[in-house]
Write a protein that binds this ligand. Structure first.
Ligand code: ATP
Length: 238
């Protein structure tokens, strides 16, 4: 099962607060899977458990059949899982190029890194024009793109995106949501967490709805978009 992520009955607690109550979810090779849910549903907690920032209290996380639950973040990264964090976390005083090089810390071969940078610049030409600009002076959308390239530079098998549209102008939201399916076509498997449910479900092969620490609904992206409950609760329809 190449590139397959399997999460079974995952639980997590912040002290006495149970934030994940037995979550099961799968991402198959080369899928885009969207995870949607209201504020506080537990989406970020789930992503942090996958990438090793938080430790689950129970349950299993497997990638390509191997257990990764509870491993530290640097080991999870070595399995080929990259996470682009919600708040982007670019280094504001470093240039675009320096930020990208920071993401390539796992890579030793300099020539290979240069050709990888060129490959991702073709997808993100806006960044290529700005390689010497400091990241703090980029627009929000450009910073999101930089965070994505930094995650992609190690050619991850699974890319996890946490709210890539957050705080962006509509034009950048459109641009990011055009780019994500291109990344899929280039062979990347993607788990996408989004408040913007309509755009996420429109590009997702499958989706999951999360409510207060549980997965309450799962289906194809298209069917979830047409689901009455999803339309009322997450798409703002009456
Ligand atoms: P959002 O869309 O607002 O980011 P979310 O679905 O990602 O929400 P989480 O951030 O995972 O939700 O939060 C899940 C629950 O855990 C919430 O009730 C939240 O208040 C709680 N929580 C999150 N972080 C902590 C923390 N460090 N300590 C205590 N409780 C926390």
């Amino acid at each position: 099962m190449p590139n397959k992520l399997e999460i079974c009955n995952l639980e997590h607690k912040y002290g006495a607060i149970q934030s994940l109550k037995g979550v099961s979810l799968e991402v198959n090779e080369n899928e885009i899977v969207a995870l949607i849910g209201a504020n506080g549903a537990g989406k970020t907690t789930l992503l942090r458990c996958i990438s090793g920032i938080l430790k689950p209290s129970k349950g299993e996380i497997r990638f390509e059949g191997k257990s990764i639950a509870g491993l530290p973040a640097y080991k999870v990264a070595k399995y080929g899982i990259a996470q682009v964090l919600e708040s982007r976390h670019v280094f504001p005083k470093l240039t675009v190029m320096e930020n990208i090089e920071m993401g390539a810390f796992l890579k030793k071969d300099n020539q290979r890194m240069q050709s990888d940078i060129e490959k991702w610049f073709e997808v993100f030409p806006r960044l290529k024009e700005r390689i010497w600009q400091t990241a703090g002076t980029l627009s929000g959308g450009e910073q999101e793109m930089l965070a994505m390239v930094r995650g992609l530079i190690s050619n991850p098998k699974l890319l996890i995106l946490d709210e890539p549209s957050m705080g962006l102008a509509p034009i950048f939201i459109d641009e990011i949501f055009n780019i994500i399916p291109r990344l899929q076509k280039m062979g990347t498997t993607i788990l996408l967490v989004e408040q913007n449910a309509s755009m996420a479900l429109a590009i997702a092969d499958r989706g999951y709805v999360m409510e207060t620490g549980n997965i309450t609904l799962t289906d194809t992206g298209r069917r979830l978009l047409n689901n009455d409950k999803v339309r009322k609760m997450y798409l703002g329809e009456e």
